[in-house]
Design a protein around this ligand. Structure first.
Ligand code: S3P
Length: 428
């Protein structure tokens, strides 16, 4: 149990946001698939990304980590060793789902499993399209749940319309498509994060993207390269909200990745009237970055729905907290996907914010929040979910009493230095 007693501080200062989790995972995966050397700067040393590295160690890929610099020396996907041990993906859905796509097209037999949360997350959304490509995957409930056993085989390309907006599903298919005969086509009705498409190009592959259709020839090989990982906007989100809702605050966030398929939170903050400026640092980079300054803000409620949802899905817990401080009724809908994240994030957010005195109710696909309401102290549960844990910590910045948070260390999944960054901003 961690006691969060901040006594309504003001927050002032600057933070360089740690590396993007999605891009860090992919940098190691692509570096391992490519023959030769890949160097990565700005890698996220979160537990999830370390799980990805650990899987590739077991596949015989040489990976050296020196602070946030990572060097991958790989014999290429055809030179990987069949692992003698189970590949352990920890809490990481991205590792589990993308590895399914990658491993399906090798010649190897592998078994993958993760923690208790991973054991409850649906895998058929990835397993089904991979089976259409010829993949041989076995697991509990016909491949819905880990542990999963994969017998690598020859794959054939598919033309697939995605039933859910999910970058993990899209990426698993594209990565399997790298090894498949023919042209793999993935059709999205709502655009999800496109880091895989961007990184395939960085590693020398040709990918076509036109109005929600990604297509890509199988059999292309990847060439090792240098990857610069931008800061994670999903981590910056906690400080964007903290700066907006605490009195007398001004926070400058450097190196924030602002790829438009991820930057929905910026649009929402602007619409709610946040006192915020976004200054683009590096527009031409494979993944653009910005410096964002946020100050204490008077906020108006809003509706968050439709195509923006996949572009801010991981930010919804902290946006719900933000909405408790906005004038009026905020409605979040079209976000059923929250139910199958690290925990059921609709149930978790509603239950925990209610304990603090928020006026919030769950709906089948989101939540409704009436603001503004003062929040008070309580005992909160993180459910072992990093983003629920960090939402609770940001809430503690505006409560008069302390918040007692169980399993607070789960923030290390995506943001190991989170509590240090909070402390560094508090004006003594
Ligand atoms: C991710 C995609 C999203 C996101 C997750 C990371 C990725 O999941 O919630 O944190 O790296 O591709 P879905 O693909 O399930 O939407």
């Amino acid at each position: 149990m961690k006691s969060l007693e901040y006594n309504r501080p003001t927050l002032q200062g600057e933070i360089t946001v740690p590396g993007d989790k999605s891009i860090s995972h992919r940098s190691v995966m692509f570096g391992a698939i490519a023959k030769g050397t890949t160097t990565v700067e700005g890698f996220l040393l979160g537990e999830d990304c370390l799980s990805t590295i650990d899987c590739f160690h077991k596949l015989g890929v040489k990976i050296e980590v020196d602070n946030t610099n990572v060097k991958i020396e790989s014999p290429g996907i055809d030179g990987w060793e069949e692992p003698k041990e189970v590949l352990y993906t920890g809490n990481s859905g991205t590792t589990t789902r993308l590895m399914l796509g990658i491993l399906s097209g090798t010649k190897l037999h592998t078994i993958m499993t993760g923690d208790a949360s991973i054991g409850k997350r649906p895998m058929r959304r990835v397993v089904d399209p991979l089976r259409l490509m010829g993949a041989k995957i076995a697991g509990r409930e016909n491949g819905q749940f880990t542990p999963l056993a994969i017998q690598g085989t020859t794959l054939t390309a598919i033309d697939y319309r995605m039933p859910v907006a999910s970058a993990q599903v899209k990426s698993a298919i594209l990565l399997a498509g790298l090894r498949a005969n023919g042209t793999t086509i993935v059709r999205e009705s709502e655009v999800s994060r496109d880091h895989t498409e961007r990184m395939l190009r960085q590693f020398g592959a040709r990918v076509r993207v036109e109005e929600g259709v990604v297509s890509f020839e199988g059999g292309q090989s990847l060439t090792g390269t240098h990857v610069k990982v931008p800061g994670d906007i999903s981590s910056a989100a906690f400080f964007l909200v903290a700066g907006a809702i605490t009195n007398g605050s001004r926070i400058v966030l450097h190196n924030v990745g602002v790829n438009e398929t991820r930057a929905g939170i910026i649009e929402v903050l602007e619409k709610m009237g946040a006192n915020m400026t976004v200054e683009i640092e590096d527009e031409k980079a494979a993944e653009p970055t910005a410096t964002i300054t946020i100050e204490t803000s008077t906020l108006e409620a809003t509706t968050i729905e439709g195509e923006i949802i996949p572009r801010l899905i991981d930010e919804i817990p902290v946006l719900a907290l933000l909405a408790t401080q906005a004038n009026g009724t905020t409605v979040i809908k079209d976000a059923e996907e929250l139910k199958v994240k690290e925990t059921d994030r609709i149930a978790a957010v509603v239950a925990e914010l209610k304990k603090l005195g928020a006026t919030i109710e769950a709906t089948h696909d989101g939540m409704i929040i009436h603001g503004p309401t003062p929040l008070h102290g309580a005992k909160l549960n993180s459910y072992g979910d990093h983003r629920i844990g960090m939402m609770a910590a940001v809430a503690a910045l505006i409560t008069n009493e302390s918040i007692e948070l169980d399993d607070a260390q789960c923030v290390a999944v995506s943001y190991p230095t989170f509590f240090e960054h909070v402390d560094s901003l508090i004006q003594k």
